[in-house]
Design a protein. Structure first.
Length: 494
């Protein structure tokens, strides 16, 4: 009993909180065991034999889209800034509809395991290899930032060293994804999204009950402080929150993230038919937007709560605001629920999609062409472990940096995402034949995007949100210029 009391004094967590966390993590392993015990080939391991129900696909997609960046990265935006982040979702909704009717039919037409196989059928193997390589760079760095964000939050709540927290997440992810494959990812993602809503709703309710004046009082205080601004009608090229810039970034950024990123598209490819996959993607609009608004609202409510309670200490780093509030203010039970949500958000990692792209796009065609399915399944699981360790290393490197975590993830993603989107649009919207020219276009455009990001960070008047747009247009234009008309060159054999 004394040991329990001492542990609660050190971490601020009661046995009930630890119990909720243990139940949440145990659920991952139970799901992984039952979903992965009968897998015999990579089609089942990477696509779940295309047997996923629409509602599971929707909630799993949301869990992957949201991840730890919403749970711990968006409340600081509502706390320190306003609601202008929601402008991105107008463009994002448009992008999802476009992807549903233009991207998904092409992927199902060629029965793709990874979306980069489409590039092989449309252009040739070199474009496929380049697309997969760009995905590795984009996803590894962006997911490394996600892992860092979640580890930072949990290290604050649990009182663990950051390195130990990163190791904890990495080990759990490798075990349950390595064994269960995409089916484990899909069903645990469903469980995660439900937990995200429960935790967010509980925290928001607690805040409203402890804010003077309740919802009306919170609205008045936040409104007077300018925290409820949604639309920015300015013309500042440097500001990524200007409405028209946010809309463009929402369209291009979401097309890049959802249509050309194997991590998210893999979820949609587990649906049996093209029509079911399209329904799933459109349904995510109505599942992810309210969840994002919920956690942005928590940030706003935290601002009001601390303004009304100035005697309460606040963290020096606003990125820790939700974690700090959880450990120092929330009662037992709610602490454990928030902790479980953060842990689950962190464990929904891209290991399955990284493994599927490596095996399908690189290992099978370039390293071992005629292996048995048992061999490919073994290497798939082994690669999950290798990618997990690599992600842990990137997260540890991020710990040495600073700045808003959510914006950092977007900036890293923007350098290569535009090149991927540009080459996919070239294949979907034109009949131009190009292969090595596409590789050159992607390399040139990503280098240019990196240079623009450098200029942006040095204070030049260009917002980072433009980088994906510019990279997309540049890659599309160069790929078209370097290519040939269909009658001048025969397309590669599928």
């Amino acid at each position: 009993m004394n040991e329990t009391a001492a542990l609660e004094r050190i971490t601020g967590l009661a046995p009930l909180d630890y119990g909720l966390l243990v139940i949440a993590v145990a659920a991952l392993f139970v799901i992984s065991y039952f979903k992965g015990r009968e897998e015999t080939d990579t089609k089942d391991y990477f696509l779940g034999n295309r047997k996923t129900p629409v509602w599971v696909g929707t909630l799993s997609f949301v869990a992957t889209e949201i991840s730890a960046m919403t749970i711990v990265g968006i409340p600081p935006i509502g706390f320190t800034e306003n609601w202008q982040y929601m402008q991105f979702f107008i463009g994002s909704a448009i992008a999802r509809i476009f992807i549903a009717f233009f991207f998904i039919p092409a992927f199902y037409k060629f029965n793709c395991t990874t979306i980069y196989e489409f590039l092989k059928h449309r252009f040739g193997a070199e474009t496929q290899y380049a697309g997969s390589a760009f995905f590795f760079v984009t996803r590894l760095f962006a997911s490394g930032v996600r892992l860092y964000a979640a580890s930072l939050a949990v290290s604050v709540i649990m009182g663990w060293p950051l390195g130990n927290t990163i190791g904890f997440f990495t080990l759990i992810s490798i075990i349950f994804i390595g064994f269960g494959g995409i089916k484990a990812v899909m069903w645990t993602g469903t469980f995660e999204t439900i937990t995200f809503y429960l935790a967010g709703g509980a925290v928001a309710s607690y805040l409203l009950l402890h804010i003077d004046g309740g919802l009306a009082g919170a609205f008045n205080v936040a409104s007077e402080a300018g925290k409820l601004s949604i639309f920015n009608f300015g013309w500042d090229l440097k500001n990524p929150n200007v409405l028209w810039a946010a809309l463009l970034n929402g369209v291009f950024g979401s097309m890049a993230s959802f249509g050309t990123d194997q991590e998210l598209m893999q979820r949609l490819l587990t649906l049996e038919t093209r029509r079911e996959s399209q329904k799933t993607l459109i349904a995510t609009i109505f599942a992810s937007v309210p969840l994002t608004a919920l956690y942005l609202g928590i940030g706003t409510l935290l601002f009001v709560f601390y303004k009304q309670n100035p005697a309460l200490l606040q963290p020096a780093n606003a990125d820790k605001i939700l974690s700090h509030f959880t450990i120092h203010v929330l009662p037992a039970g709610l602490k454990g629920l928030v902790l479980a949500a953060v842990v689950l958000a962190s464990i929904d990692s891209p290991l399955s999609s990284l493994s599927s792209s490596f095996i399908t796009d690189i290992y099978r065609p370039l390293i071992k062409k005629d292996g048995a399915e048992k061999h490919y399944l073994f290497v798939s699981r082994l690669s999950v472990g290798c990618f997990g360790l690599l992600l842990a290393g990137i997260a540890w490197f991020c710990a040495a940096g600073s700045g808003r975590m959510l914006w950092l993830a977007f900036k890293v993603n923007g350098v290569t995402a535009g090149s991927l989107l540009g080459v996919f649009l070239l294949g979907l919207m034109t009949k131009r034949i190009s292969n090595r020219g596409n590789v050159a276009a992607m390399l040139i455009s990503s280098s240019f995007a990196g240079f623009l990001l450098y200029l942006s960070e040095k204070g030049y008047p260009i917002g980072w949100s433009w980088i994906v747009v510019i990279g997309t247009i540049s890659t599309f234009a160069l790929g078209y210029l370097f290519g040939k008309k269909p009658e001048q060159s025969q397309p590669p054999a599928a």
